[in-house]
Design a protein around this ligand. Structure first.
Ligand SMILES: [Zn+2]
Length: 283
């Protein structure tokens, strides 16, 4: 490659890094306001500016726009010193499934995504009070937005999945009500319950293995145990076929176009995670 073409290529990459804010619309359909707010919070902590940034970039904690993704590089740069920036960036990436161009927008800032993911992972190691929310951010940053959207705290979690064999809608319960697959009957509740078969920790495939190891590393035993169940097998009460819950859930909730955007390397903790301890009661 000639020096000229090399220089032209570098220039093109540099241009891609500079956002044209006059063309990027925020959640209120406005242009230009977000960069001014970012300028302010880069200079000093201004609570009102953060409030307006949330309003424009992640309205009601969920509505994202092109401006949200365009702001990620600047939020990522602030995130090591600003908890607000880290939280807002995580909330934006959680909105991946709600924006049609999210995959392309995220692909242009993979370095920032990796940096944010590292920061969230560091914070999780300190076992913060809002561990589950941050764990959801980590999942979204690692390219699993469907898990960040659906994974709860396993206090009382329910998933509706379709049996891959007979297509019956099967309810999966993980939590205080029990850990079972069932048919949901609106009059009689969950009927024809079958006990779930958790995956052995050493047999968990990623992202389940990585999720389980991360939760175990941080002493989140209920979360780790729930992940073994959700990445394990369920029996369909309608046809008796055993199927993998996570595969059925992913097939139903992750658009194929986003499956290509999954971070290749997962940070596995050296200890491989502690074993999960919470026994799940049968219904
Ligand atoms: Zn079935």
């Amino acid at each position: 490659m000639s020096l000229f073409r090399l220089a032209a290529g570098l220039q093109e990459q540099l241009n891609a890094l500079v956002t044209d804010w006059t063309r990027v619309v925020d959640a209120h359909g406005a242009v230009g306001r977000v960069p001014l707010l970012l300028d302010r919070v880069e200079r000093e902590e201004v609570p009102e500016a953060w409030e307006e940034l949330w309003d424009r970039l992640c309205l009601h904690g969920e509505t994202v726009s092109a401006a949200s993704f365009a702001a990620l590089p600047r939020l990522a740069a602030l995130a090591s010193t600003s908890a607000q920036a880290l939280e807002l960036a995580g909330a934006i990436v959680r909105g991946t499934l709600r924006h049609p161009d999210a995959e392309a927008l995220l692909a242009s800032c993979s370095n920032e995504m990796a940096r944010l993911r590292h920061l969230v992972d560091q914070k999780l190691r300190t076992r913060p009070a809002d561990y589950n929310r941050l764990f959801g951010d980590l999942l979204a940053l690692a390219g699993h937005p469907h898990w960040s959207a659906s994974l709860g705290d396993f206090d009382d979690d329910f998933y509706a999945v379709s049996c891959p064999h007979c297509e019956a809608e099967v309810t999966i319960a993980v939590g205080g009500y029990g850990c079972y697959s069932a048919m949901r009957d609106w009059d009689r509740g969950d009927v024809e319950r079958r006990t779930l078969r958790p995956a052995p920790a050493e047999e968990l495939r990623d992202p389940g293995g990585w999720m389980h190891a991360t939760a175990g590393r941080d002493g989140q035993h209920r979360l780790a145990e729930g992940i073994r169940l959700v990445f394990g097998d369920a029996e369909c009460p309608a046809c008796g076929t055993a199927f993998n819950i996570a595969e059925a859930h992913t097939a139903a909730n992750l658009p194929p176009v986003l499956e290509t955007y999954v971070a290749a390397a997962h940070d596995r903790p050296a200890d491989g995670g502690e074993s999960a301890v919470r026994a799940c009661s049968s219904p």
